[in-house]
Write a protein that binds this ligand. Structure first.
Ligand code: VG1
Ligand code: CO
Length: 564
């Protein structure tokens, strides 16, 4: 194999955020921009992790992925990688990459995605590296990559032709080979191991159960038909926006109440022809790379924080993978405490980690964590090391199917909203909302966070904030119980004596300016108060969060861009 050495110079700003390196695609298309990062990655790995090793490559189908795939293959070959498995047409969802790394015992893999960030020539591109158990590379590695991007001087590029990504099969180039794989089959096998497909089929095939899956023109379009239609018997027209497009059909591939608004509106219509059936409809939308999910019943939105708690509470009876019970539960810090209550009741180990999926992996590898989630529409388990949107949908279908398995044809089904309300009645309801202020000016946003850090350093237990009494205020620090690594400055939080919380963070996934996130939560044990709109129930706390942070003063923003 002939390898050319391409001279290059360091490029500023290639630091990984919450989840990989994300920038405007134009930035990535500059000469050597992607090449530098990929080479810096190989310069950071111990040789045994890539020399003659097996790696995986795929992405969410966004603009620039195909060109990027060719470059990554050549640099991998140039650095002595033995074999690379590539999803057909460059397609692999993030969860599928994680599943394939684990199943094929690969040393790692690349995910070409900027996830929920929009795609297309004017928008974003991103790259992420996952390690041998399928988990996102830890900060120790991503920091090293960043360090190496600052001193890089050459890129090793194998002199091989562009690889045909369009058909499954193996091509050899000397000691290096490329195998194009079906993006779905390994992942589908895993789902069939985790879930009882015949149980789910029994629900999906009921005429009174209306199922809709919205792939938002992103990667799960490639998975929806083989799984939901071919395997589970859903009707082909239950899949919307199922064709993956390079710009996601101009959409924002983020399943939440703002960016999936048209779809949410359909679900919220009480006379909607699609959902006029006796039972609850079901509607889910998936983010660009297939790791997020949103669960909606007819006229009913399930918050991601509730979703993970309900999955955890029902997993043992409804999902074969958990038949001996989950080993432990975990959530990211800003995610509501609904899951904590389930862990307490089931007497399970429980962990609170910083935002970002990479913090769950060690706990899973250590065998102390099975089910976890984030408020940002991420839910998953230790079947892989990424959040998994289709898994979450199958988990919900399993729970609904289990609850309805003895119903006669035509009988009214237990609905999503029934299941959630029952859960609240047992555990209490954690009202939760998140306000995002996207693309603020960085200076103002940073000043606001500094101001809040200063405020917490002066605050003490018992301080009054309106009707709320402070329990504590801090900037969240996490010490990984497995390897002892410490992540600090992970979010400023004010926790009050009644359990209410307001939390402030800056996003680590944006590609322009700074995005401020405010998370608001309040626990309500009283069943008679469970039917309020979250915005109404949380109004006093939201107002408090805005005044405590002086958000308007610092950012000039009157209103959030996204409310979930
Ligand atoms: C956001 C979410 C976080 C999630 C991350 C990656 O990060 O808040 O919970 O893990 O995106 O998700 P941030 O730093 O912008 O708040 V994905 O689906 O974009 O890989
Ligand atoms: Co994602």
């Amino acid at each position: 194999l002939k390898v050319n050495t391409i001279p290059t110079k360091p490029i500023e700003g290639q630091k990984t955020g919450t989840s990989g390196l994300r920038k405007k695609v134009k930035e990535f298309m500059q000469e050597n921009y992607l090449g530098n990062w990929i080479q810096a990655l190989f310069n950071s790995l111990p040789p045994e992790d890539y020399k003659n090793a097996l790696l995986v490559l795929g992405g969410d189908g966004r603009y620039f992925n195909k060109e990027a795939a060719q470059l990554i293959i050549k640099i991998a070959a140039g650095n002595g990688v033995g074999k690379i498995l590539v999803g057909k047409e460059g397609i692999l969802s993030t969860p599928a990459v994680s599943a394939i790394i684990r199943k094929r015992k690969a040393n790692g893999g690349f995910i070409m995605s900027a996830s929920h960030n929009p795609g297309g020539p004017e928008y974003d591109w991103g790259i992420k590296f996952n390690y041998s158990s399928g988990q996102p590379a830890p900060e120790s590695i991503t920091d090293m990559i960043y360090g190496n991007t600052l001193s890089i001087s050459e890129i090793k590029l194998a002199d091989i032709p562009d690889v045909d990504l369009s058909s499954v099969g193996i091509t050899k180039y000397g000691n290096f080979s490329v195998e194009i794989v079906d993006p779905v089959s390994d992942y589908l096998d895993l789902m069939e191991d985790v879930f009882d497909f015949s149980l789910i089929r029994s629900l999906v095939s009921r005429p009174e159960f209306r199922f809709t899956f919205d792939a938002m023109h992103a990667v799960t379009g490639a998975y929806a038909k083989p799984i939901f239609v071919d395997k589970l018997g859903a009707s082909p027209d239950s899949i919307c926006n199922g064709v993956p497009l390079e710009d996601f059909g101009h959409g924002h591939p983020d399943p939440n109440l703002t960016y999936a608004k048209d779809l949410v509106n359909i679900m919220l219509r009480d006379d909607g022809p699609d959902f006029g059936a006796a039972s609850d409809g079901k509607f889910v939308v998936m983010t660009g790379d297939g790791d997020r999910n949103m669960i909606l019943g007819r006229q009913f939105f399930v918050t991601p924080s509730d979703s993970v708690a309900i999955i955890a509470a029902n997993a043992q009876e409804a999902i074969p993978y958990f038949q001996s019970g989950p080993k432990g539960l975990a959530r990211s810090m800003p995610t509501s405490g609904a899951l904590d209550r389930v862990a307490e009741k089931l007497n399970l180990p429980f962990f609170e980690v910083p935002t970002g999926w990479k913090f769950f992996g060690n706990l899973m590898d250590a065998g102390t964590l099975s089910i976890c989630g984030e408020e940002s529409f991420g839910t998953g388990s230790d079947h892989i090391r990424e959040k998994d949107g289709i898994w979450a949908v199958l988990a919900w279908l399993s729970i609904i199917a289990y609850r309805n398995k003895n119903k006669n044809p035509g009988e009214e089904l237990v609905s999503i909203s029934d299941i959630v309300k029952e859960h609240w009645a047992t555990y209490g309801r954690n009202y939760f909302s998140r306000y995002d202020y996207e693309e603020c000016e960085s200076a103002g946003a940073n000043e606001m966070i500094n101001y809040l850090r200063d405020l917490i350093s002066k605050s003490k237990q018992g301080d009054k904030y309106g009707v709320y009494t402070l329990q504590f205020a801090d900037d969240f620090t996490y010490t990984d119980p497995v390897d002892g690594s410490v992540a600090s400055k992970q979010g400023v939080r004010f926790v009050f004596t009644d359990g209410s919380r307001i939390i402030f963070r800056l996003s680590g996934t944006g590609s322009a300016g700074a995005t401020v996130r405010i998370y608001i939560e309040q626990f309500e044990p009283d069943v008679s108060k469970h039917d309020l709109d979250a915005q109404v129930a949380l109004k006093p706390l939201i107002d408090l969060a805005l005044s405590v942070s002086k958000l308007k003063e610092f950012t000039g923003r009157e209103k959030p861009t996204v409310i979930t």
